[in-house]
Design a protein around this ligand. Structure first.
Ligand code: IPM
Ligand code: MG
Length: 358
């Protein structure tokens, strides 16, 4: 039985990096007889230009019927002045909502080989291994908002943060289970000293933890967590947090691994799940063929693991990326002169990874 992968390149470097990951998936599919088939769909600013909407219904339908969705990136300066509902970002937010992708997993590992690239000292980060579990379809991202109103003679705008107990329970359970397969430690991050939503969050996560007696639960305020990530990241195993805090902390955590160009993610839904690099569309280097394809290729590995249950094939991709780095291949985001490294572009990096798959 074939498995259908919907590929959504999006904008900017999205085309280059999803092409690279697709080549890797095609090769893995042949090697492990996975029978993968691919269908490409439009989203983002390029979809707006072609169809007048950043998220055509056809894309949503195809994604819903897929066995897994591989997403590139959306956004670019030329679309910044569009009204909010036409902006490219609506594509990814709309996909998350319509597919019910409630759990966003952002693993951050620091291989010794890349520790030197981080702005943080190697001694602080080497060996750090964190899984950020971000709630993805609630909170302030999806609450009521007002773009502009006049109150007491002044123009203002507002966004509403709200969380329900079932929403927090669902993501907390997900984090507890994930920790059970790792080191058994969950850090829940909130701002319970100030926000009502955070107090409900903390109370609910504490209740859920009672169902998982083997898991150790800690709580941190988000400001403290931001500091701890930079000064003592090895204390973390699984971090569970809200949509907005997770957005911010996961970019910060990505720095530990040297380049955001290495960081994959999985957005897990009840049925279909979606996989995307966390780095965005990088318009400044789009079309130059120099984007680092590793984050997208590693996202494809997560697709095999979580959507298709093909652990062996997923590992084969991860090992191939490691081996290509070990051979010295580096895209410009990670390349250093006079270091005996081999300068790669998107194509040569992908070829080096494909060669490792054999
Ligand atoms: C991310 C991105 C998105 C988000 C943007 C593109 C809407 O920053 O996936 O982290 O804020 O969730
Ligand atoms: Mg982000």
């Amino acid at each position: 039985m074939g498995k259908k992968i919907v590929v959504i390149p999006g904008d900017g470097i999205g085309r280059e990096i999803t092409d690279a990951a697709r080549k890797v998936l095609e090769k893995i599919s042949r090697k492990y007889a996975l029978g993968l088939t691919f269908e490409e769909k439009a989203a983002g600013g390029t979809a707006y230009d072609a169809y007048g909407t950043p998220l055509p219904d056809e894309t949503i339908e195809a994604a819903k019927n897929a066995d897994g969705v591989l997403f590139g990136a959306v956004g670019g300066d030329q679309w910044n002045d569009l009204p909010p509902e036409k902006r490219p970002e609506r594509a990814i937010l709309g996909l998350r909502k319509s597919l019910g992708l409630y759990a966003n997993l952002r693993p951050v590992k620091v291989p010794a080989m890349l520790a030197g690239y981080s702005p943080l000292k190697p001694a602080i980060i080497t060996g750090a291994d964190i899984l950020i579990v971000r709630e993805l379809i609630g909170g302030i991202y999806f609450g009521d908002r007002c773009e502009s109103e006049i109150k007491n003679g002044a123009e203002r705008a507002w966004d509403l943060e709200n969380y329900s107990v079932p929403e927090v329970t669902r993501i907390a359970r997900f984090a507890m289970k994930a920790a059970g397969l790792r080191k058994g430690h969950v850090t829940s991050v909130d701002k319970a000293n100030v926000l009502a939503t955070s107090r409900l969050w903390r109370r609910t996560v504490t209740d859920v933890a009672k169902e998982y007696p083997d898991i150790r639960l800690s709580h941190l305020y988000v400001d403290n967590c931001a500091m701890q990530l930079a000064c003592a990241p090895k204390q973390f195993d699984v971090i569970v947090t809200s949509n907005l805090f997770g957005d911010i902390l996961s970019d910060e955590a990505a720095v530990l691994g040297g380049s955001i160009g290495m960081m994959p993610s999985a957005s897990i839904g009840e049925n279909t799940s979606l996989y995307e690099p966390i780095h965005g569309s990088a318009p400044d280097i789009a079309g130059k063929g120099i984007a680092n394809p590793c984050a997208t290729i590693l996202s494809a590995a997560m697709l095999l693991r979580y959507s298709l249950n093909e652990e062996k094939a997923a590992r084969a991709i991860e090992q191939a990326v490691d081996a290509a780095l070990q051979e010295g291949w580096r895209t410009p985001d990670l390349y250093q002169e006079d270091s005996g490294l081999k300068k790669a572009n998107t194509q040569t990096m992908t070829d080096a990874i494909l060669a490792q798959i054999g």
